[in-house]
Design a protein around this ligand. Structure first.
Ligand SMILES: [Zn+2]
Length: 280
């Protein structure tokens, strides 16, 4: 990707080097939360185990390697490019695009969605409008997922931004409201549609990235390869040796790749209705 010299986003929160660890029990707020869960009939023990505060909120800046810092710069440029594209798409629809924040972290991180460890991978939390990325995922993409290249990482950022767009459009909330009324198996089907739509939206962004001459030879293939590398079937096969389609939450390699490509070709929001699509 031709990213050097381009605008970096002002919406990056660098929490690298700060491990989200803290006191078990985590203060009055979490006690109230635990009680609330208890009265709602839930099992609060899981929360008790997970509730930790970002206790070490020092402001000392993280000294990464040159390579790490370049990667941080890179994702910041990608975020800025998504800001420009989505601002314009929302504007054309007569809406305001509210920017998400990108939190860079190492190890574990506290978000409105709870405490997340290194194994979580990049994620978006609708509760605080933030994307969370441990930059070591870039190496993981390369080695574990066999999806090297900077545009593979750009796809990952754009996919998480896609979840932010879904949140602004109210789609996330609609899907989540179904969680308690349908079976897990049924709910997973909605999750797959949600994830494939985020892939589509990442593709829409890439469509405009190409127009602004950001893409280099091979970039599109890097993204398609990454989308297919994180398909549920591929991941299940490599981690457990067999595939359980009912447990899919993100879609198959083929589906993920296809919806990204569809968004890339079209650049148009209307064609990304994975919920209305008969065949995914
Ligand atoms: Zn996702």
């Amino acid at each position: 990707m031709r990213w050097k010299g381009r605008r970096e986003s002002g919406n990056v929160e660098d929490r690298r080097g700060r491990t989200a660890k803290g006191m078990v029990g985590g203060g009055i707020g979490s006690i109230i939360l635990i009680l609330a869960i208890y009265f709602l009939g839930g099992d609060p023990t899981q929360l008790i185990n997970n509730v930790q505060l970002d206790g070490t909120s020092t402001t000392s800046s993280y000294e990464g390697t040159a390579e790490e810092n370049e990667l941080a710069q890179f994702v910041s440029v990608v975020l800025a490019e998504t800001e420009d594209v989505w601002t314009e798409i929302f504007r054309q629809a007569g809406q305001n695009y509210k920017y998400p924040k990108l939190v860079l972290y190492t190890g574990s991180v506290q978000s409105a969605c709870g405490l997340s460890g290194a194994a979580t991978g990049p994620f978006y939390c609708p509760g605080d409008y933030k994307l969370y990325i441990d930059l070591s995922f870039y190496d993981e993409l390369k080695t574990k997922f066999k999806a090297p290249g900077d545009f593979a990482m750009a796809y990952v950022v754009a996919h998480e931004v896609g979840h932010h767009v879904q949140t602004l459009l109210g789609i996330n909330e609609k899907v989540n409201s179904l969680r308690s009324s349908v079976s897990e198996k049924e709910f997973n089907k909605y999750l797959v549609r949600l994830e494939l739509q985020a892939d589509y939206l990442a593709g829409v962004w890439a469509h405009y990235a190409e127009r602004t001459n950001l893409l280099e030879e091979g970039d599109l293939d890097e993204a398609l390869n990454a989308a297919s590398a994180v398909g549920d079937d591929r991941i299940q096969k490599s981690t457990q040796g067999y595939v359980v389609p009912e447990s899919f939450t993100h879609g198959t390699s083929e589906q993920r790749k296809r919806w990204f490509y569809k968004g890339f070709k079209s650049g148009n929001l209307e064609e990304g209705d994975t919920f209305g699509a008969e065949n995914l």
